[in-house]
Design a protein around this ligand. Structure first.
Ligand code: G3P
Ligand code: CA
Length: 245
């Protein structure tokens, strides 16, 4: 059955990449979630999508130029009027601690395409191992050198390249870099690519799938998973398809 992954947590309704959005993902009964990680000036892995804090918080500047203490003072929820409570940028450590309390699958996207963040892979893997979460994690990145490096450091953790344009026979590429899955942009994931990849043992998790017609197509073709901002909507469509005579 196709798994539903919440993109940056349940980001359609809650501030992206915050503990609130992650907790709501679990309540929405999604199968998993996708998060983004960056590295602070003093070497802490933090959960935030952009290289800068400007778009999602009340602060400004690059994550790489701020210490964890400075990052922690920021409010990542202030643009979301529904929330009264402040939501800090989570550390990867606290996120993983929370993950041990549930059974969600987690896709960690290493945001190291713009800044190479020396030591990021080692830190991410060491924390995952610390919490014994190796078999519930998928490491992805648009920086494919980084996911190959992750595989070399930790072959027990699944990897998946992210890409946005049509790759020719992507399952061959995935196999060549020892990735167990591919994470294409939705437009680069027609049914024939999904089916051929899965027949060749490669999981397919397209992003970011928010329209009903696209969700229906992926459920009907039996795609491994998809990544959506709205796991509740996806769940409702999945249930309605199951009820169909
Ligand atoms: O991992 C899928 C998707 O999150 C990649 O794009 O920009 O939303 O991080 P982006
Ligand atoms: Ca992402």
């Amino acid at each position: 059955m196709t798994q539903i992954f919440a993109h940056r947590g349940y980001s359609a309704a809650f501030p992206e990449n915050t503990m609130k959005a992650f907790i709501e993902t679990e309540k929405a009964e999604a199968d998993g979630l996708e998060i983004d990680v960056q590295l602070t000036k003093d070497g802490e892995i933090v959960v935030i999508h952009d290289e800068k804090v400007d778009r999602t918080t009340n602060g400004s500047g690059f994550v790489k130029d701020l210490t964890f203490k400075e990052i922690r003072k920021l409010d990542a929820s202030y643009k979301n009027k529904r929330l009264l409570k402040r939501e800090p940028i989570p550390s990867f450590n606290e996120f993983l601690e929370w993950l041990t309390t549930n059974s969600l699958i987690c896709n960690v996207e290493l945001k190291n395409g713009i800044f190479p963040y020396k030591g990021m892979e080692e830190k991410v893997i060491s924390l995952i191992r610390h919490y014994n979460l190796e078999n519930r994690m998928i490491l992805s990145s648009f920086n494919h050198y980084s996911i190959v490096y992750c595989y070399r450091l930790a072959p027990e953790i699944e990897t998946a390249p992210l890409y946005s344009e049509g790759l020719y026979m992507p399952w061959i590429y995935a196999q060549s870099i020892k990735a167990k899955g591919i994470h294409p942009r939705l437009l680069a994931a027609p049914n024939e690519i999904i089916l051929s990849s899965m027949e060749n043992g490669i999981a397919v998790r397209p992003y970011t799938v928010n329209k009903e017609e696209d969700m229906r197509r992926l459920f009907e073709v039996g795609c491994t998973s998809f990544i959506t901002d709205d796991p509740i909507k996806a769940k409702e469509i999945q249930i309605s398809l199951r009820k169909r005579p």
